[in-house]
Design a protein around this ligand. Structure first.
Ligand code: ATP
Length: 523
């Protein structure tokens, strides 16, 4: 025992541990930095760039680290690059680890649901903003356990640097044991040193995991200490009580009812789509769509599944590109310059903001790492430059309007689908859009949750004066809220007109059979 404690505290071995730590730091930090570069190359849309990164990872994952160490230490000097053994060991470890980090980063980035990226883009985030605020934080959270594993692997791999005479812990252990023949005590002490390092890495990993766990952050509430927010939460409305309209939205005295609709007049063209074409592979989904929506008008897009309703909505704000035709939203050709050339995503994102187009998604696509309040408030800070208090106050106001104040501090995954969709609507309304696109906002909901979301949209349509385009399968709802119904089939507009005309007296055979089928399904 005394010998063991003697070796455990022996400066000769402790210095070896110091070299091991230096190799670990260089291998981990360098590997992570190079891994980030490799991951972005692997994710690149340019095939040549991705191919270079893939060749590198194949080469480095397919050859033993020991050969790579010897290569860096002995071959590089022939190219005029001479490194000390420790630096050569660190560089070789970093170059090797980078391939594993790259795959960890790549898979973590891909795990972030595509819908959240689309939601971020629709809110006006460019690629850098998306990476920083949406993809990065969520990818990092899912990467932490794997990064902990890689840190331990790097530490253990550092023992191979003894081949190029780095006096790290394993080499010093061997040297000491050969000189003293105290094999058991020395190797036992070394094993304990490695275990202490592993325990420290594991502790650090668990600490980081706890720090980035949104549930943990919420439970501890320590973020609230420095993220002040106004205490303006409004209690939930009693069940059955229709949520109020957003505060900035004028509420007319006489609320429109379907039984007695007041005459409505509309302003200038807010959405003008001409000859829209969009194909996926050989399938032409939009085959020349014309659509005009005037300011303040509510248009319901109806059509059988696969008729291209979602695609049409996505092309209106350039979440999907066009193969032909043109779109103006509030006078802006989103995604194109004045000569019709496609713009990079960063500039397109700004155009979405300028045009004032908001979008509500079928699968809600709330940012899962943020609370309900932050889902609404954060984009106002990221994109519109609002201060923290101002953005939170606006979020609280909108959450009250959709009856979600009582869940403002909850995470999206703790909400029902209907509640998530109400938050999705509040998030889309927060920047005060001029045009709101709603992509089948109730089709991912359980039947009993549909009504609460429809009620929010119904109130908006009746009171807000917003221009709205709603893709929906709910015929009764479409009749109730829409000024005009556009029926699509096979990628073209088959029939359009006032809701009652199209839904009660359809002219086209396809519309008749669709309305008949949907009517019997709704009964
Ligand atoms: N990114 C894509 N890649 C390939 N095909 C796609 C893509 N997006 C849509 N499609 C195809 O385009 C067609 C139209 O899809 P879209 O979602 O626009 O229809 P929809 O009318 O909204 O249908 P639903 O009512 O079922 O949501 C479908 O056949 C769909 O499979």
């Amino acid at each position: 025992m005394t010998d063991f404690l003697h070796y455990l505290t022996l400066p000769y071995l402790l210095q070896g541990m110091g070299f091991t730590l230096r190799l670990l730091a260089m291998g981990f930090v360098g590997g992570l930095a190079l891994g980030l570069v490799l991951a972005s190359m692997l994710l690149s849309r340019h095939r040549a760039v991705a191919a270079v990164a893939r060749a590198y990872t194949t080469l480095y994952r397919g050859t033993p680290l020991i050969l790579q160490l010897v290569f860096v230490f002995t071959v590089l000097p022939h190219a005029g690059v001479t490194l000390t053994p420790v630096v050569a060991g660190g560089v070789a470890l970093a170059m090797n680890e980078a391939t594993f980090f790259a795959e960890i980063i790549r898979s973590a980035v891909r795990e972030v649901p595509a819908g959240q990226r689309a939601a971020g883009r629709a809110l006006g985030l460019g690629p850098a903003g998306l990476l920083r605020h949406v993809v990065g934080p969520q990818a990092f959270r899912s990467m932490v356990p794997a990064l902990g594993n890689e840190a331990v692997a790097t530490m253990k791999n550092s023992a191979l640097a003894s081949i190029i005479a780095v006096p790290e812990l394993t080499l010093r252990t061997q040297q000491l044991a050969s000189a003293t023949f105290d094999y058991f005590e020395i190797y036992f002490a070394t094993a304990v040193m490695y275990l202490l390092l592993t325990a420290a890495i594991t502790g650090l990993q668990l600490l980081v995991e706890a720090l980035v766990d949104p549930d943990g952050v919420r439970r501890r509430g320590w973020l609230a200490l420095w993220r002040r927010r106004p205490a303006t939460a409004t209690p939930a409305p009693p069940p059955g009580h229709a949520p109020a309209a957003p505060a900035d939205v004028p509420v007319p005295d006489d609320r429109r009812t379907h039984a007695d609709p007041p005459p409505r007049s509309f302003g200038e063209a807010m959405v003008e789509a001409r000859g829209l074409r969009r194909s996926y592979g050989d399938t032409e989904v939009l085959a020349g769509i014309d659509l005009m929506v005037r300011e303040g008008e509510v248009v319901a897009l109806l059509g059988p599944s696969g008729s291209g309703k979602s695609t049409l909505l996505r092309t209106l704000n350039h979440l999907d590109g066009l193969d032909g035709g043109s779109v103006l939203v509030n006078g802006t050709a989103i995604g194109y310059d004045w000569q019709g050339r496609e713009l990079p995503e960063r500039r397109t994102a700004r155009q979405r903001v300028t045009a004032g187009v908001g979008m509500v998604f079928q699968s809600f696509d709330l940012f899962e790492h943020l609370t309900v309040r932050e889902n609404v408030a954060a984009p106002l800070r990221w994109v519109h430059g609002l201060g923290r208090d101002e953005a939170s106050a606006r979020a609280d106001e909108l959450l009250a309007s959709v009856g979600m104040s009582h869940r403002a501090d909850a995470l999206p995954r703790h909400l029902s689908g209907g509640q998530q969709q109400r938050v999705g609507i509040a998030r889309a309304l927060a920047p005060r859009p001029r045009v709101l696109l709603l992509d089948e906002p109730t089709s991912a909901l359980d039947p009993e949750k549909v009504a609460e979301v429809l009620q929010v949209i119904r109130d908006l349509a009746r009171t807000s004066g917003l221009t709205m385009v709603i893709a929906t399968h709910q015929l009764r709802f479409a009749r109730e809220v829409a000024d005009r119904v556009v029926f699509m089939a096979g990628g073209v507009v088959v029939e359009e007109g006032p809701a009652d005309d199209v839904l009660l007296r359809p002219q086209h055979a396809l519309t008749r059979s669709f309305v008949g089928a949907m009517d019997s399904a709704e009964v």
